[in-house]
Ligand binder design. Structure first.
Ligand code: GAR
Length: 207
């Protein structure tokens, strides 16, 4: 069984999708063993506690820079013996220290079709605002490995979601979550735990 550690910063609906998938037996070969939050008092922590999953809070605000924060998170992940680290609405950028400790063992869900609408500053509702401003008719979600490049690691799974007339960022966010994120993230996690993802020439392939 692989130990899955989930990193969160907010409401935790993607964490909930993972918990629900695990309960249905859909995470083959893995178990969520710990949830780590960059903020105290977020609802994601309550979701973990309600499901008997241990939690840690490592507040970003208590660290003066990215390097010292990354060191603290990396130490916690090593201490938890994480086999897979999942960024599920984790709104804090970590540096290369954690990538070196967990190469191709960390995945992130991003609420758009990478390489569009991604990178620094594109997170949460800002992504959907940018999508609506641009006038594109299709958006979606991407699950990818985390590397040193923000939102630039090998893509594991993507799903497309239509943009509709009259969408607000909130309405679009909900559609992207329901139709893409909450399905793709548990699927990608299960594929990883079944050792069905390989990396070749910097790209991810699912067998
Ligand atoms: C999700 O839409 C996730 O894709 C996004 O934040 C939301 C978190 O919701 N993540 C990013 O934008 C990271 N760049 P949740 O806390 O309910 O899972």
């Amino acid at each position: 069984m692989k130990n899955i550690v989930v990193l969160v910063s907010g409401g935790g609906t993607n964490l909930q999708a993972l918990i629900d998938a695990e309960k249905r037996g859909e995470i083959k070969g893995g178990k969520i063993t710990c949830v780590i939050s960059s903020k105290p008092d977020v609802y994601a922590l309550e979701r973990a506690e309600q499901n008997g999953i241990s939690t840690r809070v490592i507040p970003r605000k208590e660290y003066s820079d990215v390097s010292s924060y990354t060191k603290a998170v990396t130490e916690a992940l090593l201490d938890e013996k994480a086999d897979l680290v999942v960024y599920a609405g984790f709104m804090t950028i970590l540096d290369e220290q954690v990538v070196k400790a967990f190469p191709y063992k960390m995945m992130n869900v991003h609420p758009a079709l990478i390489p569009s609408f991604c990178g620094k500053g594109f997170y949460g509702l800002h992504v959907h605002e940018a999508v609506l401003d641009s006038g594109v008719k299709l958006t979606g979600a991407t699950v990818h490995f985390v590397t040193e490049v923000c939102d630039g690691g090998p893509i594991i799974l993507q799903g497309a979601v239509p943009v509709m007339n009259g969408d607000t960022p909130e309405i679009l966010q909900k559609r992207v979550m329901e139709q893409a994120e909450w399905k793709l993230l548990p699927k990608a996690v299960s594929l990883f735990c079944e050792d069905r993802i390989t990396i070749k020439d910097g790209k991810a392939y699912v067998d």
